[in-house]
Ligand binder design. Structure first.
Ligand code: ATP
Length: 577
């Protein structure tokens, strides 16, 4: 009746309409009796009173009224007791009579219910006759309105027990969190159900309103747990449902940033999974593209230009301090890649960054350390940061000793600067995949062997390794559990300011002469960092901007401390070995 909402100003119009309605309807109503009924109804005084009350209430609703007290009923009882013994003056007597009238009592009771906002039916007390021996029995009370319970039941073929077969996600039973698939139903509202057919039980449930009491034997833990799937993934790409043309409902989508941890709630739909942000308060799951769907989309859209091209020139050389080697340096004269990646860098499906299943992992004290892998463009400060770590705690941090086929110099010692091996042995080791990275420089081989990494880790030290980013995927094993840190340059302005007295090693001669950074060096550093991040960013667990050296070093130390002592998400495959 929208006319009723028209407010006090339209009173006369409304009442006129009501009084003319019977004559308007006259032609549509055949029976005399019905006509009389309509006329009586529309001229009924109580109908007009109801409209008036409605309008008044509407008027107050706008002011958001709040109750003065929510126990008017007990106030009246107290008042009546108080007045009872007093001299029976006419007014007191009349008030007492009024307050004793049932409809006044009901009115006050309704007032208190509304004021207390207690609209749910009250649950009766628990029955006393619960069998003490049945310690695995659960008594559950649900308040049911007209909404169905959202659960199905079946009779177990072997045991004959009535079991909860399915819980509908988001239904009343699901929301209560008290009933699970596999639970055995013993009684409903005190009625044993073991001799009843599922249909009869459903009939009992459908008839029930208000509080329903279930006697349940909880199912096995596995079944109970299977309700909430515990698959966690690290996202390897940024996702914004608002930008996604394919999503069936943008509002139902879940946005995330690369590196976020999601709990996958449902994979029922092969294209759209349901997921929650781990650790977020919002319990509602949102839609995210499934792994298969995202892989297909990325594979179709992957532009070839994304693949990181090795730098054209580098005027730096291998310096004495360097213990692990960074690949794809180019010899200035030949402009050929100095180091090769041991496997083809060709695109394969496993490289498509979508999701990676992860699990929480905490290093046990005394256990082998995770391999610390540092990645960054040439000149960004990897060696400087490594050097500072080594100086800060030489007993704790260490680096690998590289191999070379170049002849040993007089002042060098075997296994100190390098492990010196012949060219043919080096080649055999390359063939046998013994190197993390290897390359050729001025006719000699250089490389970092897997054994040299194992050697550091077996001494229970933290092994600091800097590699080219395409090597990371070969290091991602349960054995190494690499913690990959990307060292990123700051803005060009900050590079100019902070690197005023910094020196880079020039390879113009073989003596490692140092020169200042040029503007071109800074630009190359920044653009290489951008390419590295866009192509390999999904493999970086931590990004540190090397702006102020002391700050960057502090950040690095804190991150490494956390890796040793706190829980981190690692690929689930790393914990299965
Ligand atoms: N935050 C910083 N502020 C100022 N100077 C820095 C900073 N980080 C590094 N440097 C300086 O920059 C120069 C290059 O650093 P470093 O040799 O550590 O780079 P790198 O990444 O190891 O380079 P390469 O790959 O060529 O060996 C050094 O002189 C170093 O002291």
């Amino acid at each position: 009746m929208p006319a009723l909402a028209s407010g006090a100003g339209n009173d006369s119009g409304l009442y006129e309409l009501l009084s003319t309605l019977p004559s308007q309807l006259h032609t549509h109503v055949q029976s005399q009796e019905d006509r009389a009924f309509l006329r009586n109804m529309f001229t009924e005084k109580s109908l007009y009173s109801l409209f008036k009350i409605h309008e008044r209430l509407q008027h107050y609703e706008d002011r958001s009224p709040a109750p003065v007290l929510d126990s008017a009923g007990s106030l009246v009882t107290d008042l009546s007791k108080e007045l009872h013994g007093r001299s029976a003056s006419g007014e007191i007597g009349e008030l007492l009579r009024l307050l004793a009238k049932p409809h006044i009592k009901s009115l006050l009771s309704v007032h208190d219910t509304v004021a207390q906002k207690s609209y749910d039916p009250e649950l009766p007390p628990l029955p006393d006759d619960i069998d003490d021996d049945e310690d695995s029995v659960k008594i559950i009370r649900l308040v049911k309105n007209k909404e169905p319970l959202g659960a199905t039941i079946k009779r177990d073929d072997q045991t004959g027990a009535i079991l909860v077969a399915r819980i509908m996600r988001g239904g009343a039973a699901d929301r209560s969190g008290l009933i699970h698939v596999g639970d055995e139903l013993r009684e409903v509202n005190g009625i044993p159900v073991d001799d009843k057919k599922p249909d009869e039980i459903i009939h009992i449930l459908a008839k029930s309103q208000g509080a329903i009491t279930f006697k349940i034997v909880p199912g096995s833990k596995d079944e109970a747990q299977s309700k909430e799937p515990k698959m966690f993934v690290r996202t390897l790409f940024d996702y914004d449902p608002a930008e996604d043309k394919a999503i069936p409902c943008k509002e139902a989508g879940l946005a995330f940033k690369r590196g976020d941890i999601l709990q996958i709630m449902s994979q029922d739909d092969p294209t759209w999974w349901q997921a929650k942000q781990n650790g977020h308060a919002n319990p509602r799951a949102g839609l995210v593209p499934s792994k298969q769907f995202q892989e297909r989309r990325l594979a179709l859209n992957r532009p070839a230009a994304h693949v990181l091209q090795p730098r054209k020139t580098s005027n730096r050389r291998l310096s004495g301090f360097r213990r692990s080697f960074r690949l794809s340096r180019r010899d200035k004269k030949t402009n050929k890649s100095m180091y090769e990646c041991k496997k083809s860098d060709q695109y394969d499906m496993a490289d498509v960054p979508t999701y990676e299943e992860v699990t929480a992992h905490r290093r046990q004290s005394g256990a082998k350390h995770r391999l610390v892998v540092l990645v960054g463009p040439t000149g960004v400060g990897l060696n400087e940061l490594k050097r500072k770590l080594l100086i800060s705690d030489p007993q704790h941090f260490s680096v690998t000793v590289p191999h070379t086929s170049r002849p040993k110099r007089n002042q060098e010692g075997e296994g100190v600067e390098y492990h010196f091996i012949s060219k043919s042995i080096f080649e055999t080791d390359i063939h046998n995949n013994k190197f993390v990275e290897h390359g050729e420089y001025k006719g000699n081989y250089y490389g970092t062997s897997l054994d040299s990494v194992h050697s550091v880790l077996s001494k229970n030290k933290v092994c600091l390794l800097d590699v080219q980013p395409h090597t990371i995927k070969h290091l991602r094993t349960a054995d190494f559990k690499p913690y990959v840190i990307f060292i990123k340059p700051p803005s060009i302005e900050r590079l100019r300011e902070t690197r005023r007295s910094a020196k880079v090693i020039s390879d113009k001669d073989d003596k490692g002469s140092a020169k200042s950074f040029s503007g071109e060096d800074f630009l190359e550093m920044i653009s290489t960092a951008q390419q590295m991040e866009s192509q390999y960013g999904h493999l970086f667990e931590k990004v540190i901007i090397n702006d102020d050296l002391t700050t960057a070093f502090g950040e690095l130390k804190t991150a490494l401390k956390k890796v040793e002592t706190e829980t981190h998400w690692v690929p689930i495959s790393w914990t299965h070995s």
